[in-house]
Design a binder for this molecule. Structure first.
Ligand code: ATP
Length: 299
């Protein structure tokens, strides 16, 4: 079976307010997918519904073609949530041993240690006494303990220092190379771009783009032809649909377009009074920020 995750027309409201609105996507075995979006976009709510922790107000979620709460699903699922809560009174090693026992085919302790960078010292420490960053490492180890087919990580790198972060992404890459399916949420376009093969971009509870990082980036980055002019009117240009937006900034006219060559040809054909012509591409991070505040369909 290739389809591991199926989310169909899923919505969730809290007190009559939509947190997630009619979201649909499916994820196949072996994909590494980033669910990207700003604060409050609906990422955690969607993940919680995928995990069976929240019931959708409408729509249906299936993992491995079953309800997410089925035991057969649980055995194949590794989860790392934002909130790390650990059982009190157990040392890290004891906790990991305990959780490993619940699974038919767990990872060995050695693999868990090398994957997550838990130190000997960490293993001897009571889980509740770990620092925030160490707790996240433990949380990652707990997610991997059962050797899951599907790994779901909600903002996994929050609170990690740069060394832990690098190790973390290296492990994710190893898991991906061994054919695991990985889904993670993030606020950071860069993180999604570095690690994921596919980005599902959320904003205000909806999916506003779904594609490869390069598709997402090229659709986010706007192109412009800009020039100076002595003519007061650009009326002729407004008639052409290849120009999606016209504005003036710093004494220059900017024409936004998907096809800069065609716009240049048009400027000459229409005999527009234009000099000092330049072609520009917007900055990716700026475009991302703008898009997530505008809420526009891009792909
Ligand atoms: N239990 C809840 N009760 C009421 N409103 C909620 C609840 N959980 C989430 N929301 C609201 O739903 C919306 C989406 O929240 P969600 O946590 O899914 O966003 P997010 O994309 O994960 O954000 P962040 O990146 O900040 O974690 C927000 O407006 C949030 O306030």
């Amino acid at each position: 079976m290739n389809e591991i995750v199926s989310v169909k027309n899923v919505s969730k409201s809290f007190h009559h307010k939509h947190a997630v609105k009619d979201v649909s996507f499916s994820i196949n075995r072996g994909e590494v997918v980033a669910i990207l979006g700003p604060n409050g976009a609906g990422k955690t709510t969607t993940i919680s519904m995928m995990l069976g922790l929240l019931k959708p107000t409408a729509g249906e979620v299936r993992l491995f073609n079953q309800h997410p709460n089925e035991i057969k699903v649980r055995e194949q699922l590794g989860i790392m949530l934002q909130e790390v809560s650990v059982m009190n009174g157990l040392k890290v090693r004891e906790l990991l041993e305990l959780i490993r026992q619940y699974y038919p085919n767990p990872l060995s302790m050695e693999e868990l240690i090398s994957f997550t960078g838990l130190t000997d010292n960490d293993l001897k420490t009571l889980a509740e006494k770990l620092s925030g960053g160490q707790k996240r490492r433990l949380s990652f180890a707990l997610a991997l303990a059962g050797n899951p087919e599907l790994v779901i990580l909600d903002e996994p790198t929050v609170g990690m220092d740069i060394t832990s972060r690098n190790r973390f992404w290296k492990t994710v890459q190893l898991l991906a190379d061994s054919g695991k399916t990985i889904i993670f949420t993030t606020h950071y376009l860069q993180e999604a771009d570095d690690v994921a093969q596919r980005i599902i971009l959320f904003n205000k509870g909806s999916i506003i783009a779904d594609g490869t990082p390069s598709e997402i980036k090229s659709s986010l980055t706007k192109q412009f032809v800009s020039f100076q002019t002595n003519s007061g009117s650009m009326a002729k240009l407004y008639e052409h649909s290849i120009i999606t937006h016209i504005f003036e900034k710093n004494d220059r006219v900017f024409l936004q377009t998907e096809d800069t060559d065609a716009v240049l040809a048009l400027i000459f054909k229409e005999n527009i009074d234009a000099y000092n012509i330049q072609i520009e591409r917007g900055k990716l991070e700026e475009a991302f920020e703008q898009l997530t505040t505008e809420h526009k369909e891009v792909i």
